[in-house]
Ligand binder design. Sequence first.
Ligand code: COA
Length: 250
Amino acid sequence: MTDHILIERPEAHPGVQIIRFNRSDKKNAITRAMYSVMTEALTAADGNPAIRATAFLGAEGCFSAGNDLGDFLAVAMGGGMPREVVDFLYALVRSAKPIVSGVDGLAIGIGTTMHLHCDLTVASARSQFRTPFVDLALVPEAASSLLAPRIMGAQRAFAMLAAGEPFSGGEARDAGLVFKVVEPHQVEAATLGLAAKLAAKPPEALRLSRDLIRGDREEIIARIDEEARHFATRLQSAEARAAFEAFMRR
Ligand code: COA
């Protein structure tokens, strides 16, 4: 267990579950234990009729700096590919209930790609969405190589996923990754407001509509697996190890 992820059920927003990153001293970098807690919460929501929507939130100024690079270094030094990451991605894809997210500030790596699986994302203009996969000698994950070109178009997907170009909140909205841009202090309220609206809708009609809109999940799962195979090989590469060690030494 870890208290680096907080699971909340706010009284003011009936039917909403919050999954909140709570590791601000490490910029909400996500450890294996944190993935496990998030997977459990998503799975529990699916089995609990009282939960009708999930909202991901970070802290003011920082959503998440992505996967914990210490964990990646451990893999690069000979550990196995973290199963917890893949299980979390499966849970995101297979979730039967709507997922919204709210971003203020940094959203790096999976802190960006996870929004491709969210139904609605709110962000502040000052947010920075960035995926430095290639700079870390890695490849895109979370089926982003499939979903980002579809959502953003090939050029913007390449700029983000391969060139590592940062996108502001406004640029992410123009690219279709973000639904709405609000002031930083409004991110949480706007996100929870959207989640509460979804939670109040007829659940079966919403589930069917969402399934139709999100499309073939097995295709997405297959891409997650394909990326994960490359990712696991890349993690063991000398160039990836050098990149993680350089970060840890700073
Ligand atoms: N994994 C592990 N620790 C991380 C981390 C990550 N992904 N991102 C930040 N941290 C830690 C730092 O090591 C530092 O810890 P310390 O105080 O014990 O030294 C702390 O969080 C604060 O980070 P710092 O780098 O000092 O803050 P900053 O404001 O100067 O920069 C970032 C913030 C996010 C830009 C920078 O930390 C960064 O580039 N992180 C790596 C992001 C990344 O590559 N993620 C993986 C993508 S696949």
